[in-house]
Design a protein around this ligand. Structure first.
Ligand code: 5GP
Ligand code: ZN
Length: 136
């Protein structure tokens, strides 16, 4: 399914032009218009899936394989020194475009970006409760 009003559906299917780094039957990889660093790219499925919950398992696997290929090539070509893969799901997690996408963000010395979180300090008991909540 594709959604007429979804900008990433339109980009992924070539209706709206983009700086495309890769295209195959299932995905298009484009440069982000508001890059965190030089070469920040997005993996978009051609079909519309809102987020990771919605994405079929097989495409999720394919997206990660494609990320590995792209990161390897981009590291070689851009001369970056590391990569962040980021994939936001839901408003609360910072998702702003509700068509699944994976960010690939090249990292450079002194690129001025700080991607991370403030570490918590849970006790072993608290970790045990969380573990049991998830797998119990
Ligand atoms: P999110 O916050 O949903 O994880 O990320 C959305 C990303 O899409 C942002 O990094 C934003 O810069 C990028 N973006 C939004 N609209 C467009 C667009 O029309 N073209 C491209 N290439 N990137 C876009
Ligand atoms: Zn879409």
């Amino acid at each position: 399914m594709r959604e007429a009003n979804c900008i990433f559906c339109r980009i992924a299917n070539g209706e709206v032009p983009s700086k495309t780094l890769h295209e195959d039957d299932n995905f298009r990889v484009i440069l982000d218009l508001g890059p965190a660093t030089r070469g920040h790219a997005l993996i978009l499925p051609k079909e519309h899936y809102a987020d990771l919950y919605d994405l079929p398992e097989e495409l999720a696997g394919e997206a990660m394989k494609l990320a590995k290929k792209m990161v390897t090539k981009m590291t070689d070509r851009l001369g970056c020194e590391g990569f962040n893969l980021i994939q936001n799901n839901g408003d609360m997690a910072g998702q702003t475009v509700f068509h699944f996408h994976m960010h690939m963000i090249p990292r450079y010395q002194a690129d001025g970006q700080k991607i991370g979180w403030k570490p918590g300090e849970p006790t072993q008991d608290e970790l045990e409760v969380i573990k049991n909540t998830i797998v119990g």
